[in-house]
Design a protein around this ligand. Structure first.
Ligand code: URA
Length: 443
């Protein structure tokens, strides 16, 4: 059936509900070029103002998922699961989590993104390991998952092309901040991987895409609703991003922290997120009977070396130098200058603002402002203190890893503005703010 784009746009503009077939026709036309950008931009703005019903969002998601190649896992001996984070500062959880989950008998075919703006990207971090190749085609991705149960690659041109085109259009037409459009964009890429279960980490706070809890909860509900309608098991956690996660920020520095987690060590918050998000992936797949059982399995895999062994296999399969597992400092690129920011008074660390620290890391070269920028794998920050920690004047708060003295001076000034010291205890968001799931309730 042929429709007219102008009529579909007008009906959405007027607040009417569209049929699934109309949405599918529009997305197919936009993907093959028969629906021009200006009509799609008008449609995105109509959706921005009028929203979408859950049925409309489900149709949009389905149409986008199927706009290109889709991956499926017939005959795979393990269930499949993945995790997606809406992005933050110091969020390297995918790197220890994927091998830990695979070590517990659930395959993780993860198609990941690059950093943009103040949020880092898993692919940039992995590429700081010498030789690590994330640009595999889908046949190589399939073979690696079937062989070792895990692979992490970048989006190919043929995977969800509708999202690539639509996201670029939304970016320049002020239509990114729409819950149904975000839902379809995020989930279409994850569902095209063919996984049966998905755990979403929706970040909340200054360093997050969603700054406040109410908006993040709406997004979490929409993601769970649409993912479930698409036949997958989905849980969304709301977690804190008012301060950076863990202690290391920057590409190779985050690999160092990830390897620490894979050795059963590392900062408490990064480990807690890895354990719970991974535990929920096991529960959703039926590989754990309860969340507590799943968490115990992931914790054991981190502590007894199985997760690290899986990571070693992953690095080797992707062409990376596996010695990174034993001697990350010796293998990873390192910045020539390491300079501490010293506490300027006694007190308690009140605030380490995630957004300001993320922006400072981009200025240092750890992130990118536009998709075409390249990142410096070596530079970044290592936090010596976290919010809530007591500190004495003259003690290091953060170590700046930089290429030049000018970069160091600029970063120290930006960090000084992002950090507050006080006598009183800080008011921080709890690490775990909420959970939305349609699968059996958590015990
Ligand atoms: N991330 C995505 O992949 N898509 C959006 O629309 C927003 C964030």
């Amino acid at each position: 059936m042929a429709y007219r784009a102008v009529e579909i746009i007008a009906r959405k503009r007027d607040g009417l509900t569209l049929a699934g077939d109309e949405i599918r026709w529009l997305i197919a036309g936009f993907t093959d070029g028969s629906v021009p950008d200006y009509q799609m931009a008008a449609f995105a703005m109509a959706v921005f103002w009028r929203g979408m019903t859950s049925d409309e969002t489900a149709a949009l998601l389905d149409a986008m998922e199927r706009s290109g190649d889709v991956v499926r896992w017939p005959g795979l001996p393990w269930p499949t699961a993945d995790k997606h984070s809406t992005g933050g500062v110091g969020d390297k959880v995918s790197i220890p989590l994927a091998p830990a989950v695979a070590a517990c008998g659930v395959a993780v075919p993860m198609i990941s993104g690059r950093g943009l703006g103040h949020t880092g990207g898993t692919l940039d971090k992995l590429e700081s390991i010498p030789g690590f190749n994330v640009r595999l085609d889908l046949a190589a991705f399939d073979a690696m998952v079937r062989s070792i149960g895990v692979s992490l690659i970048g989006q190919t041109d043929r995977l969800v092309p509708a999202d690539k085109k639509l996201y670029a259009l939304r970016d320049v037409t002020a239509t990114v901040e729409s819950i149904p459009l975000i839902t379809a964009s995020i989930l279409s890429k994850k569902l095209a991987e063919g996984v049966g279960a998905l755990v979403m980490d929706v970040k909340v706070g200054s360093g997050a895409f969603m700054k406040d809890r109410a908006a993040a909860l709406k997004l979490a509900q929409s993601l769970v609703g649409a993912g479930t309608a698409a036949g997958r098991k989905v849980t969304a956690f709301l977690t804190a991003m008012d301060r950076p996660l863990g202690t290391h920020i920057g590409n190779s520095l985050e690999i160092i922290e990830s390897i620490d987690i894979l050795h059963g060590r590392g900062p408490a918050d990064t480990r807690e997120l890895t354990v719970r998000l991974g535990g929920e992936m096991l529960r959703l797949c039926g590989a754990a009977s309860t969340l507590a059982d799943g968490e115990a399995q992931i914790a054991a895999a981190l502590d007894d070396g199985r997760a690290l062994a899986k990571f070693r296999a992953l690095v080797t399969a992707h062409g990376g130098d596996p010695r990174v597992c034993d001697d990350p400092q010796g293998v990873l690129p390192r910045a020539p200058l390491v300079t501490p920011l010293l506490a300027w008074q006694d007190g308690i660390v009140q605030r380490m603002d995630a957004l300001q620290i993320g922006v400072a890391a981009v200025h240092l070269g750890a992130g990118r402002n536009t998709a075409a920028d390249t990142v410096d794998p070596a530079v970044g920050f290592v936090l010596a203190k976290k919010p809530g920690d007591p500190v004495r004047a003259g003690e290091p708060l953060v170590h700046v890893h930089a290429r030049t003295a000018e970069q160091t001076t600029a970063a120290l000034a930006e960090l000084r503005a992002a950090i507050a010291l006080d006598r009183a205890a800080p008011t921080l968001l709890p690490l775990w703010l909420d959970v939305v799931t349609d699968a059996r309730p958590h015990e």
